[in-house]
Design a binder for this molecule. Structure first.
Ligand code: IPD
Ligand code: CA
Ligand code: CA
Length: 279
């Protein structure tokens, strides 16, 4: 395993232990609100603290882009940036709904080169290094082989916070319900991407994501033979907020199926600038 990946795994497991401990005493947690339907608990913050400490101990010169803002601004012009969601699926976690994960990626000069997604409920560890494949618990994973959208199980996430895109999204959902074998909305975008990489889903799409939801999962998808892009199928998926990911055949079919909504989405909220300070 690449040395940077093993440090990231160590960090993810430490965060996972904190999350599992928190899950046993949910009633005692202090929860605050960051915005509409946007909660953060002490578990998110402690998990992020443990991850950042582990990474910076090993790599003091690296920069950090983490959801809860730990070490914000440190080494801002570094070539290596760790992109971290310490707890993806916080709403699930707070309700005891067992679908959430830790997501850690390393971007080198803007390109993701290492990725870890850890599901502490199932003890599932998804790992990848650029050029070296994608793994679930050390076994090689690959995207599914389905060829027709009508046979596919597709994951998604819908905009539940500020209502942006909601009307458009509902029509996208209708299209996908009609054209696929089934839709799922489990509630942790990073894990959704890992599921595309493992072939549990044939594809996934969501609008309104942040780089820490997407970074590690994007490399898992690519290294398992899949494609990831924005709504146009192009490359601005890390900072642009819109993501389609699937096996190559299904990716093309999803881009086509969702094309009628593209302009509408862009008009409602222009893509974020492609810069790490975004999100
Ligand atoms: C959220 C989850 C959810 C997705 C939201 C994300 P959080 O992350 O990934 O599935 O629909 O867009 O913000 O806030 O639980 O880390
Ligand atoms: Ca997230
Ligand atoms: Ca989070």
């Amino acid at each position: 395993m690449h040395p940077m990946l093993s440090i990231a795994v160590k960090a993810a497991r430490r965060a996972g232990n904190i999350i599992n401990r928190g899950a046993r005493e949910l009633d005692l947690l202090t929860v605050t609100t960051k915005g509409p339907k946007d909660f953060v608990s002490e578990v998110d913050r402690q998990a992020e603290g443990a991850i950042v400490e582990t990474l910076l101990d090993a790599y003091p010169d690296h920069a950090i882009l983490a959801e809860e803002g730990t070490a914000k601004g440190a080494n801002a012009d570094a070539e290596n940036v760790w992109i971290i969601d310490p707890l993806d699926g916080t709403t699930n976690f707070l309700h005891g709904f067992p679908q959430y994960c830790v997501s850690i990626a390393l971007a080198h000069r803007g390109q993701v080169t290492q990725g870890v997604i850890y599901d502490p409920v199932r003890n599932d560890l998804f790992t990848t290094s650029r050029g070296r494949g994608a793994f679930l618990n050390e076994r090689r994973i690959r995207v599914s082989r389905r060829q027709h959208l009508r046979d596919c199980l597709i994951g998604t996430g819908f905009p539940f916070r500020d209502g942006a895109y909601l009307e458009t999204y509902l029509r996208m959902m209708k299209t996908m319900i009609e054209q696929t074998a089934g839709l799922r909305r489990p509630g942790a975008a990073a894990l959704d991407l890992a599921y595309v990489a493992a072939g549990f889903y044939d594809g996934f799409w969501e609008v309104g994501l942040n780089p820490w939801d997407v970074a590690a999962g994007s490399l898992l998808v690519q290294e398992s033979g899949g494609l990831i892009g924005d709504m146009g199928g192009e490359g601005n998926f890390l900072h642009g907020g819109q993501v389609i990911a699937a096996n190559p055949r299904i990716f093309a079919q999803m881009v086509t199926a969702l094309a009628p909504f593209r302009d509408e989405l862009t008009r409602q909220r222009p893509p974020r600038p492609a810069h790490p300070s975004a999100g």
